[in-house]
Write a protein that binds this ligand. Structure first.
Ligand code: ATP
Ligand code: MG
Length: 389
């Protein structure tokens, strides 16, 4: 039975053509379809998505069938844990590096599929809400004139169903471009050329802090991060101006701790994965910045509080008979988008309750309650006396 489904999909995809274009051996593609690493998705458009990287093709890469289009996934960005000599070692072949703000929202690729704009999220799904926002915030001028390109950027703001943030003074949702790439090859445009093109089309770019000599960049980045002070700006992405070398990210302690607060409110869903890497980042940053005893105490306290306080809040909430949920919101012009988004979340396996839409100045506001079953069930069972197995 499984073989039948796979062979039907293999026929649908035209694997020979894909193998030739992406330079992946044929058997790797058919194998990936059989293992469901290359998955068929049927929404408004029919396409295949790479759930994981295969033979150098990024996870999140999409292959649309009608018309046939390939949109490459957004590559992973490695992280520096220490700035010196981390930056110097990675960018040794560059004279300078461009330092841009790392904005905290969700990653979106916007591309034309035939004549239609698609807003694609990191994992390689066309999100109906993101697509509506892409049409509204970005439009199709740049892409119609350069149909071989995709615009990569961060969707940021409170009306975000994935990563809602109110730290940027954004009323609803805005899009900030951080890359323009060839959609078929993923080849990026040099930083300044990209920023100029984005400007010409009246779009927003992420903030550029400056272009610095590689030898001095670590001091500049440390200063930028320290200047964030207690604000929750996430960090920076350090880039080869030519975009030949892969960029490197570096984040602030405040934003690390903010992530931990979130993760430990839903501790059994996210806690484990978030915890270890962030503790490591804190330790290396503390050593690199050679902190005084007082600063170190502050850091330890901040870290501890970000873990324990939200978890205690969750346990108390459950003890008082509450449910462990997160409320996010979207704002749509067309109520059909909200319906399609509800279906999209179901596809993602998110259990969510959509509230009645409220008409606002900027469209319909729809609140969405996401349920965190794992944290909810675990907390309840322990409060009822179950042992931690
Ligand atoms: P990874 O990219 O390593 O898979 P991740 O999904 O956990 O990691 P982050 O830790 O948030 O993501 O870091 C990378 C992401 O940062 C990018 O995918 C992009 O969405 C986002 N980002 C925000 N600002 C920028 C910027 N200026 N340049 C590049 N990426 C940026
Ligand atoms: Mg992010």
């Amino acid at each position: 039975m499984r073989r039948d489904v796979s062979s039907e999909l293999i026929e649908k995809l035209d694997v020979e053509r894909v193998s030739e274009i992406l330079e992946i051996p044929l058997h790797r593609i058919t194998g990936a379809i059989q293992r469901k690493t290359l998955q068929y998705v049927r929404g408004k458009q029919e396409f295949f998505r790479f759930d994981k990287p295969i033979s150098g093709i990024e996870g999140g890469t999409c292959i649309f069938l009608d018309p046939f289009e390939i949109v490459r996934g957004f590559p992973k960005i490695p992280r520096a844990l220490i700035l010196h000599p981390g930056i110097l070692a990675h960018f040794s072949s560059c004279k300078t590096v461009a330092v841009e703000e790392k904005m905290n929202g969700y990653n979106v690729r916007i591309a034309l599929i035939g004549d239609e704009i698609a807003g694609i999220t990191r994992g390689g799904l066309v999100c109906p809400y993101t697509t509506e926002k892409a049409k509204e915030l970005v439009g199709s001028d740049l892409l119609h004139e350069h149909p071989d390109l995709m615009i990569c950027g961060e969707m940021v703001g409170p009306d975000s169903p994935y990563v809602p943030k109110s730290i940027y003074d954004i009323e609803s949702l805005e899009f900030f471009v951080f890359d323009i790439r060839e959609k078929l090859t993923g080849k990026p445009m040099p930083v300044m050329k990209r920023r100029k093109l984005v400007d010409e089309y009246g779009l927003n770019s992420v903030r550029l802090f400056g272009e610095y000599e590689v030898e001095k960049a670590h001091t500049e980045v440390a200063r930028i991060i320290q200047d964030f002070g207690s604000s929750l700006n996430e960090g920076v992405v350090i880039k080869d101006p030519e975009m030949v070398l892969t960029p490197v990210k570096y984040t602030s302690s405040m934003s690390n701790c903010q992530d931990l607060r979130y993760a430990f409110e839903y501790y059994n869903d996210y806690g484990r994965d978030f915890f270890f890497p962030r503790v490591c980042r804190e330790a290396f940053q503390a050593v690199e910045w050679n902190e005084t005893e007082e600063k170190l105490k502050e850091r330890c306290q901040r870290l501890g509080e970000s873990i324990l306080l939200p978890m205690i809040k969750t346990i108390n909430k459950k003890k008082d008979g509450g449910r462990i949920t997160e409320t996010v919101q979207i704002r749509v012009r067309d109520l059909n988008t909200a319906r399609e988004f509800q279906e999209h979340l179901r596809l993602l396996g998110v259990d969510a309750i959509f509230q009645e839409p409220e008409l606002t100045e900027y469209g319909y506001l729809v609140r969405i309650q996401k349920k965190y079953h794992s944290t909810d069930d675990k907390t309840e069972s322990i409060l009822n006396g179950d042992l931690w197995a």
